[in-house]
Write a protein that binds this ligand. Structure first.
Ligand SMILES: NC(=O)c1ccc[n+]([C@@H]2O[C@H](COP(=O)([O-])OP(=O)(O)OC[C@H]3O[C@@H](n4cnc5c(N)ncnc54)[C@H](OP(=O)(O)O)[C@@H]3O)[C@@H](O)[C@H]2O)c1
Length: 254
């Protein structure tokens, strides 16, 4: 095996949540380019179909990850179609602007249902299959999973939880040969700010402010994150587990 060898996922089966936009779309397409069979999951069927257009390696499965039974149904869809499962990418997530003064039980529960509970239940359902394939779990955190974030404290807390799940599952599942890692992106072009309900003008201001704070001088592109998701789950990456790789243009350094 050469260090230059590009990831080869031929015959491997990958679930990518949040595959209808942003980092998840880039990730689904990157896995498909590497030869994987990919189940792309999200609520919007049309967005998933756009991700899959012209890419026979990608199948789509519309689902709301917060629905009871979603995890069982999604893992069943992948294994029913392809018989096995090698990689689970827990990418779907949302940011919520929720200062302490405006914090509500529903706001916390909604955010944690998507950012923490759904990845946990998917990993739970995927586990028997990952044991058989000696596969891998990749969680998508954020720079703010390990840095404080004013106004989005519960988002930061949900990502911190995901990072601690990553390390704990890595330890728990190492005897099964299952690797568990996370990528922590910094501000990256996607639909996340619009999905959080910020008006267009506010989104532009936030983007400019973020770009100005990033040492490399700009926000990231989804492909620049997806490439690391593929590399960390590459079957050739045999001895790396429990790690959180920050991909943020140096934001966490300042
Ligand atoms: N972009 C950034 O700056 C940034 C920075 C750090 C971390 N991240 C993390 O990166 C991940 C991907 O986000 P992104 O930036 O690519 O944002 P995005 O474009 O908003 O993508 C999020 C995806 O998740 C899906 N999703 C949301 N709620 C869902 C639900 N209840 N059930 C199923 N799917 C759901 C959305 O599709 P539907 O609406 O169709 O369901 C969407 O395709 C997230 O975990 C985010 O926290 C992003």
């Amino acid at each position: 095996m050469s260090v230059q060898t590009p990831a080869d996922f031929t015959g491997r089966v990958v679930i990518v949540t949040g595959a209808g936009s942003g980092i998840g779309r880039a990730t689904a397409r990157a896995f498909a380019r590497a030869g994987a069979r990919v189940l792309g999951v999200g609520r919007r069927k049309d967005a998933l179909e756009e991700t899959a257009a012209g890419r026979p390696g990608i199948a789509v499965h519309p689902a709301d990850l917060r629905d009871p039974g979603a995890a069982e149904e999604i893992v069943g869809a992948a294994t029913g179609r392809w018989d096995h499962l090698d990689v689970l990418v827990n990418n779907a997530g949302a940011v919520a602007f929720m200062p302490l003064a405006d914090t509500t039980a529903t706001g916390i529960a909604d955010l944690f249902a998507l950012n923490v509970t759904a990845p946990s239940l998917l990993a739970h359902r995927a586990l028997p299959h990952l044991r058989r394939s000696r596969g891998s779990i990749l969680n998508v955190s954020s720079t703010y999973g390990h840095r404080p974030s004013s106004g989005t404290a519960h988002y930061a807390a949900s990502k911190a939880a995901l990072e601690q799940l990553t390390r704990s599952w890595a330890l728990e599942l190492a005897p099964d040969g299952i690797r568990v890692n996370a990528v922590a992106p910094g501000p990256t072009e996607s639909q996340a700010l619009a999905a959080a309900g910020f008006p267009e003008a506010a989104v532009d201001d936030i983007k400019q402010d973020e770009a100005a704070r990033i040492p490399l001088g700009r926000r990231g592109e989804p492909d620049e994150v997806a490439t690391w998701i593929v590399r960390l789950t590459d079957p050739a990456t045999t001895w790396l587990t429990g790690q959180v790789l920050t991909v943020d243009g140096g934001l966490e350094l300042v």
